[in-house]
Design a protein around this ligand. Structure first.
Ligand code: FES
Length: 574
């Protein structure tokens, strides 16, 4: 493999030449306290860190950045930490999805505008992973991703608690009067015991695993709990490795092939991963110029069963998954389904990276011969209600709803739904289908995670815990139930979901991958003619730009002007 020379480094244009501008760059580095020994002939590594004081999932990344720097210095690089938008899933409103593309833009432009040769991407809370990766793909510098890692298991009275999943579960029990305020308060204090991401197979764990499966993280990195001492050691290794990646010019386009994306989607299916991953993987692939669409997810979902017995589809938590052998073990267990020749950030192939991996706890990581669920994590349905597709997670739904016909109860927006759902006199049975409109990319805006609509209060008392819910929004990866999501095109722009009325019949057949609104074409055309598009949610600022440029769910929800692989010029240094 040919290696770069110091004068080939991108940073050389800022720091290595003898002109007035580079004098300014060097004198200002000296102002910070660095000297020529720090930078001369060394790759400059940008550590894009999404730490913030209000992101509990990334609370440790401030310290972990120091572990990365230690590794970069050991390998002869010059580390520079650059903060980026933290996107705390818990606190950022109206939805972190609204800001994923902003982080992607920030990552790309941080890398482009500074004298950097390589990038370390530090994130993990849901949208941070795709945001960082999308930006890094578009910039094209050698990059390695450091997953924040899951938090430790939650605990309440000796019961393990899972992020999100057990919030929904116990909130439902509280609404049904089955647990007390005191219980609820104790759960609040016990569910999040350490820094790190949600520790069920939510969007964070799914995206961290997918990014490792793509070849962009060190082998096994995505499974390490944030509080485990393996985590800072992994950070140091990543710091050392990125320096060599720069000398080797191992850029993302040498890693991200069609086969690499297929591996990632297969791992998503085997992990029982979050529905959100579909949107993010499509967006990442489009940035890399690889044609991946929802159909590909559906094809692979029929081929790859769920193997990870992790909530919300399964029983255990990510800490158990790590003890069971982690992602390397899962990939070893399905290796005949993977393309083992794909290149990774290690400079070696997926096959080489998983060599020697073993499943330590067979009930946590199952094998192809003994899966948790016969098909993969997500299924894509199409029909007159969702011409461009929608998504369901069959393994997390009550099986009786996988083939169902029922009457709709339609809600015009989130507030309408929340008012109705608590009514004691709501005319609803468990066979009804709840429909939520205006929760899509433009309508939400930002596709909020409203897709697991609450079970109507009237049914809770009868013990009902699942029913079919349809929306153009998303649901948290920690959620569960017969929720049909990402309906495209969305209702806000006049997709057929906009025209559903209470009392209409809807038919679902997951096996046939179909969703049908039993309303005649003539009646739908009449409703469409009478429909008025709601006004834009924002008229200024980022929101206005978002509303104008955001794509639909089946296209990955990227901004139209960010997609694709057209070259963007490096800045002139003058
Ligand atoms: Fe950060 Fe769930 S809130 S990963």
């Amino acid at each position: 493999m040919s290696r770069k020379k110091p004068e080939d480094l991108r940073s050389h244009r800022w720091l290595g030449v003898a002109d007035m501008r580079s004098f300014g760059h060097r004198s200002r580095l000296r102002q910070i306290g660095y000297d020529a020994d720090d930078w001369q002939d060394k790759p400059v590594i940008g550590i894009i860190n999404t730490w913030s004081e209000i992101n509990p999932c990334h609370a440790h990344l401030r310290v972990r950045a120091e572990n990365v720097k230690r590794g970069v210095l050991q390998a002869g690089g010059f580390p520079i930490e650059l903060p980026a938008m933290s996107l705390s899933e818990t606190f950022v409103k109206p939805s972190t999805m609204m800001y994923r593309n902003m982080l992607a833009m920030e990552t790309e432009e941080l890398l482009r505008s500074h004298p950097l040769d390589g990038a370390v991407l530090m994130g993990g809370c849901d949208k941070t992973t795709p945001g960082l990766v999308m930006g890094a793909i578009s910039m094209g510098l050698p990059a390695i991703y450091i997953p924040a890692g899951p938090m430790l298991r939650g605990n309440w009275k000796g019961n393990f608690l899972g992020s999100g999943s057990d919030v929904w579960k116990y909130w439902t029990e509280k609404r049904a009067g089955n647990i007390t305020d005191e219980d609820w308060n104790e759960i609040e204090g016990g569910i999040a015991r350490s820094f790190g991401t949600c520790m069920v197979m939510g969007t964070a764990a799914t995206m961290m695993a997918i990014t490792e499966a793509l070849g962009l993280a060190l082998p096994g990195a995505s499974s390490i709990p944030a509080a485990d001492s393996n985590h800072p050691r992994m950070c140091g290794t990543a710091g050392r490795r990125i320096v060599d990646m720069v000398w080797e010019d191992l850029t993302p386009n040498k890693i991200l092939t069609t086969a690499a994306f297929d591996n990632a989607i297969k791992v998503h299916m085997a992990m029982g991963g979050s529905t959100n991953a579909i949107i993010h993987v499509v967006a990442m692939a489009r940035r890399a110029g690889i044609p991946v669409d929802m159909e590909r997810f559906d094809q692979l979902s029929r081929e790859i069963p769920v193997l990870a017995n992790v909530r919300p589809s399964g029983k255990y938590l990510m800490e158990d998954f790590f003890y069971a052998g982690g992602l390397r073990a899962l990939m070893m267990g399905m290796k005949e389904k993977l393309d083992l020749s794909c290149m990774t950030v290690t400079g070696e192939t997926i096959g080489q990276n998983i060599e020697g991996a073993e499943i330590n706890i067979p009930d946590v990581i199952h094998t192809l011969a003994d899966p948790i669920y016969a098909e993969g994590a997500t299924a894509v349905l199409k029909g007159n209600l969702a011409p461009n597709g929608c998504v369901i997670k069959p393994a997390a739904a009550d099986k009786r709803f996988l083939k169902h016909r029922g009457k709709a109860i339609a809600f015009e927006d989130y507030n309408h739904m929340m008012r109705e759902i608590e009514r004691d006199d709501l005319d609803v049975t468990p066979d009804h289908i709840l429909v939520l409109k205006n929760a899509g990319p433009k309508g939400g805006p930002g596709m909020p995670e409203w897709g697991m609509l609450p079970i109507p209060k009237r049914l809770l008392g009868q013990g009902v815990r699942d029913m079919i819910r349809i929306s153009d929004g998303r649901m948290s990866g920690t959620s569960y139930g017969a929720c049909i999501l990402h309906v495209a095109p969305e209702s806000f722009i006049g997709g057929p979901l906009a025209f559903v009325q209470t009392g209409d019949e809807i038919e679902i057949d997951v096996d046939k991958r179909s969703i049908h609104l039993h309303v005649s074409d003539a009646e739908l055309a009449r409703r469409k003619a009478a429909w008025k598009q709601p006004p834009p949610r924002y008229t200024r600022g980022y929101g206005a730009m978002f509303s104008e440029h955001i794509g639909q769910a089946d296209q990955g929800c990227d901004f139209d002007f960010l997609e694709g692989t057209a070259a963007t010029a490096d800045p002139e240094i003058h």
